[in-house]
Design a protein around this ligand. Structure first.
Ligand code: SF4
Length: 187
């Protein structure tokens, strides 16, 4: 009979995490730099800031600032002044950054998950989402879930494009529904 004790499961997660972290020393980047690139790729326009990235990673401001400086100096990330609030800066991936993400070391694990088959993938997804939610809530951290699962998401709203955010009062495009957001609150 397989060992399903919480201790065993926690040890398995730790080992998978160690594999991911070792493999993420790739293409001259550190694991945290890859995480920042992935975040900027999947975050919506309200969440592509240094403060939101800091909250997502759960690291200090100084570490995130060093990470962003390194990515900027490699030409992978761009910073732009927010025209509505000139004190804040928006981050985005450069074309070089987007191209590099196509060689993301995480793809090895994505391929392994693909081999598990759809019912195992659904079960793993459910369990890991629940575990992550519990751990983040215990530390009072934001979930950064997908926009379409947010309580403020209005699907095909008359003022939308086609969707609408009822918290920020902003139009949302179809692609925004899949993006993750700093302000997201699950329904
Ligand atoms: S609906 Fe929620 S997740 Fe989407 S932009 Fe608004 S606050 Fe963010």
């Amino acid at each position: 009979m397989s060992n399903t004790s919480p201790e065993h499961i926690a040890a398995l997660i730790e080992r998978v995490g160690r594999l991911l972290s070792t493999e993420a020393h790739a293409e001259g980047l550190l694991p945290v730099q890859w995480e920042a690139l992935r975040y900027l790729h999947k975050a919506n326009r309200f969440s592509r800031t240094a403060a939101a990235l800091t909250a997502y990673l759960g690291l200090t401001k100084g570490t995130v600032s060093q990470t962003l400086k390194a990515l900027e100096s490699k030409g992978l990330v761009k910073k732009q002044i927010d025209l509505k609030d000139r004190r804040s800066k928006h981050l985005s991936l450069s074309t070089k950054g987007k191209r590099l993400l196509q060689r993301d070391p995480l793809e090895v694990t994505v391929a392994a998950i693909n081999e598990l088959g759809s019912s195992s993938q659904r079960a793993l997804n459910r369990s890991l989402e629940s575990l992550l939610a519990l751990r983040l809530a215990a530390q009072d951290r934001q979930p950064f879930g997908q926009c379409r699962d947010c309580r403020y998401f209005a699907d095909r709203h008359p003022e939308g494009d086609p969707h609408f955010c009822q918290l920020l009062h902003e139009k949302l495009a179809a692609a925004d529904a899949q993006a993750i957001c700093y302000e997201q609150l699950p329904r």
